[in-house]
Design a protein around this ligand. Structure first.
Ligand code: DX5
Ligand code: ZN
Length: 216
């Protein structure tokens, strides 16, 4: 299991320090980009993300919760190993967008809102590097994990394995020490956690507790 703290729950006035504090303990950082249109919230955009990218060697997974991803993909500075994920709900044909992300030098990720059937990405799996299954309605951290997400993860896992594909499954929203184990058992490869890591006073302890709860 890979752990990806969502910086949305960090102290946004000290982002560089917040990232540095856990960089050696985690597998990637999850960066929520919101446009106030696809979701009813605005977070950060390319200028801030690019400033943070400098000087951090841990991969970034940029989660675009925006209506027009094609317009902004090339504005992000990416390093090999970074992922840019967009929502399939906003595009008629995701294929050119995945290609655009790969041309930009990142891995291509597809994200699904909780009410979008996972079958919607099945045809696209050979082109994707990652599928981000939202387990809360996108827009805000600190929400409760939607229990039917487990069945969605299982369905997707089964399809990926049946076709022997290497697509990673990431799960985003409401993950905590109490549910991480069943989420990993359902087939998640990457666990996104905002409140459960940056929302905690002792981040080192929080990371260790999540890893232990997942594997213990
Ligand atoms: C929600 C974001 C999530 C959020 C997760 O729109 O996509 O990444 O930061 O936060 P927690 O872990 O607190 O649910
Ligand atoms: Zn996210």
């Amino acid at each position: 299991m890979k752990l990806a703290p969502s910086i949305l729950a960090a102290d946004l006035g000290r982002l560089r320090e917040e990232i540095a504090e856990v960089a050696g303990l985690v597998d990637s950082f999850h960066i929520d980009v919101m446009d106030g249109h696809f979701v009813p919230n605005i977070s950060i955009g390319p200028p801030v993300v690019n400033a943070l990218r400098d000087g951090c060697t841990t991969p970034f997974n940029i989660h675009l919760m925006i209506t027009d991803p094609a317009r902004y993909i090339d504005s992000f500075l990416v390093r090999p190993g970074d992922t840019i994920t967009f929502h399939i709900e906003v595009v008629a044909d995701p294929r050119p967008l995945i290609a655009q992300i790969k041309r930009a030098g990142a891995r291509g990720g597809l994200s699904l809102k909780p009410r979008t059937p996972v079958e919607a990405v099945f045809d696209l799996l050979p082109e994707a590097d990652l599928v981000l299954v939202m387990s809360v309605e996108p827009g805000f951290g600190g929400q409760e994990f939607l229990p039917d997400s487990l069945e969605r993860i299982r369905l997707l896992r089964r399809e990926i394995d049946r076709r022997s594909l290497a697509v990673e499954i990431a799960v985003d929203g409401g993950v905590n020490e109490g549910n991480i184990r069943e989420i990993v058992a359902a087939g998640a490869d990457v666990i996104v956690a905002g409140t459960a890591i940056f929302g905690q006073r002792d981040r080192r302890r929080a990371v260790a507790a999540l890893r232990q709860a997942a594997g213990g």
